[in-house]
Design a protein around this ligand. Structure first.
Ligand code: C2E
Ligand code: MG
Ligand code: MG
Ligand code: MG
Length: 291
């Protein structure tokens, strides 16, 4: 193709493109190897009730742990996996491990809520999505009640009519559905009302913006819309105590973020669940005494 400038800028441009293509290919190969060698792990981030400070659920977040390159961030490999289609296989690994872990916590009496798993657009539009999910749930002997799927606006707005049908079939199984990163995509309010959602997750960008009055008003409005549509609200990326105070005033019921905990490995999360239980014990005792 044409290159008007034959100086450094063209060479630089070409070189950058090359380097990006090489890096992409490297990651694609690493992912193929990683899928074979079981290098994809699932971490869990607690979702907490803002009033009681107790655990209400958790989000499963994939971690790509390579022996040679260390941990590769989802922000880096997920977009590439989406393009290559590897996200389908990775997504199934995550779903399978999340179901396995929650089943164990359930059996051990440590947790009896839902695990939220992120579902990519590619997975969402698989014609046999629901049967694939059924198979994974059955294999792990986990009732669908314990599963929540997080989808983004981009996933459902591509073909909203079709998306509604898919969401209904998931919802009919008792699987909960959450709209992730709400407000950052291009979803329309007209559709929001029609989607069979349970939860709306307010993106971190809005939470960060609560420093200003307009930013707080924005979150206030989102929470109000969600509640008027009978949706549960989760604030994402909450890091500071003053954000908790504001969100309490705005009637947001659930928070997720570094303020409570970063995503934890399976073993770390098991410890977190045990700590939660000892925290819950005193109030149980007083309740029993009163009765
Ligand atoms: P997400 O689903 O919106 O997940 C929330 C992200 O915010 C996670 O990043 C989490 O670690 C991070 N986070 C949580 N609290 C805080 C906080 O207080 N401060 C800051 N700065 N960050 C916080 P992570 O794990 O790097 O994942 C990034 C994105 O990659 C996810 O965004 C999701 O879109 C995607 N992703 C992660 N795991 C999976 C998966 O298993 N499947 C698919 N399809 N996508 C995934
Ligand atoms: Mg998510
Ligand atoms: Mg999110
Ligand atoms: Mg996000």
């Amino acid at each position: 193709y044409h290159a008007k400038k034959k100086g450094n800028s063209y060479l630089f441009f070409n070189d950058t493109m090359n380097r990006q293509a090489v890096k992409r290919l490297q990651i694609e190969n690493l992912m193929r190897f990683g899928l074979k060698e079981d290098h994809f792990e699932v971490y869990y981030q607690p979702k907490m009730n803002i009033r009681t400070g107790k655990l209400t659920g958790m989000e499963a977040l994939v971690r790509f742990i390579t022996p040679k390159k260390g941990i590769i961030s989802p922000g880096v490999f997920i977009p590439i996996a989406e393009e290559t289609g590897q996200i389908i296989e990775i997504g199934e690994v995550v779903l399978n491990k999340a179901c396995r872990d929650v089943k164990k916590w359930l059996d051990d009496g440590l947790f009896s809520g839902r695990v939220a798993v992120n579902l990519s657009a590619k997975q969402f539009s698989l014609p046999d999505l629901t049967s694939r999910i059924d198979v994974i749930l059955q294999k792990n002997e986990l009732p669908s009640y314990f599963l929540e799927l997080e989808i983004t606006e981009g996933t459902v707005m591509d073909d909203p009519k079709d998306a509604i049908a898919i969401m209904r079939s998931l919802s009919a199984r008792g699987i909960h559905l959450a709209m992730d990163d709400f407000g950052t995509g291009y979803s329309s309010l007209a559709y929001l009302k029609q989607f069979p959602l349970n939860t709306l997750k307010v993106d971190k960008a809005f939470i960060d913006d609560m420093k200003t009055e307009r930013g707080r008003n924005m979150v206030d409005s989102i929470v109000t819309i969600a509640h008027n549509l009978d949706l549960h609200v989760v604030a994402e990326g909450v890091e500071q105590a003053d954000q908790i105070e504001i969100l309490k005033k705005l009637n947001c019921e659930t928070v997720q973020g570094y303020y409570y905990s970063k995503p934890l490995s399976k073993d770390e999360f098991t410890e977190f669940l045990k700590q939660q239980q000892t925290k819950a014990a005193p109030s149980l005792i007083t309740k029993q005494k009163k009765a």
